[in-house]
Write a protein that binds this ligand. Structure first.
Ligand code: IPE
Ligand code: IPE
Ligand code: MG
Length: 249
């Protein structure tokens, strides 16, 4: 059955399955504007955004992509009205609970990246539970960036490394780019090959700053709740047409 799906996708979209991005990052932006356009509260946009996400993760997994990192809540998103923050936290809670029966059944490994300590006890408990529940799966790894900020991630890495030096476990001269990567939330994962941002904004907003050094960036005006599998295929096709040089010729 998955073979049939594979064939169909390939025929319809000219995707080269030998050259898939190994890791895709997604800045899921535009939920609020999607709701506003419909005269709905922003919360309706977030809820529609969660539905869109489910389909994208399933398709990435079916295609054979190994990692997806989705930006769900930034360290700066606490600036939003309490009502909206509370709604997003509840939505994430439901998403993680639900994932145990849906995404987990599709063999997805779910991880949360970001600062856990200032999330509610209940949410921390649910994160641990979902991670534990899916850790032996063998499909795509889905990192949910939740209370995530790349600058915080780098500060945290620097502190860890300084502590190792202070304790005499590492020499300053041994610090290199690999050591920094090893101290990020995404340790042991490849850097993202492709970063997708929806909603027409062309900025990074503190997402994976270290890891995206050589990522291809792909922007679309579509608002996140309208983002579909076809848009994902388009992003991958465009990615495959690019020439990644990594500073070479
Ligand atoms: C992205 O949509 C979701 C989060 C940041 C949590 P927004 O809520 O930022 O939607 P816009 O940008 O206001 O339209
Ligand atoms: C980035 O979107 C964060 C998430 C998608 C979770 P924002 O809407 O918070 O970013 P800015 O404020 O437009 O840069
Ligand atoms: Mg936004």
């Amino acid at each position: 059955m998955s073979f049939l799906k594979f064939k169909k996708s390939k025929a319809a979209h000219n995707i080269d399955y030998e050259n898939l991005p190994e890791h895709i990052g997604v800045i899921m932006d535009g939920n609020g504007r999607w709701a506003k356009k419909r005269g709905l509260p922003r919360s309706a946009g977030h809820s529609a955004g969660a539905d869109a996400l489910k389909k994208i993760v399933t398709e990435c997994n079916n295609m054979g992509i190994k990692y997806i990192t989705v930006y769900a809540f930034s360290t700066e998103n606490w600036k939003r009205p309490k009502e909206e923050v509370d709604y997003l936290m509840n939505l994430l809670m439901d998403y993680l609970k639900n994932a145990e029966t849906t995404l987990a059944g599709e063999n997805v490994v779910i991880k949360a990246i970001g600062i856990r300590e200032n999330l509610s006890e209940e949410l921390q408990f649910q994160i641990n539970k979902t991670e534990e529940f899916t850790k032996n799966n063998t499909g795509i790894v889905m990192n949910i960036a939740l209370n995530y900020g790349a600058r915080e991630e780098i500060v945290r890495a620097v502190k860890n490394i300084c502590k190792c030096v202070n304790d005499g476990d590492m020499d300053i001269d041994d610090i290199n780019a690999q050591i920094i990567s090893d101290n990020l939330y995404t340790q042991n994962q490849p850097d993202p090959d492709l970063i997708i941002r929806t909603s027409g904004e062309e900025r990074i907003s503190n997402f994976l700053l270290w890891q995206l050094a050589y990522s291809e960036l792909w922007f679309t005006d579509k608002l996140w709740p309208d983002f579909r599998v076809e848009d994902l295929h388009k992003a991958i096709c465009d990615f495959q047409a690019r020439n990644r040089r990594y500073g070479g010729v």
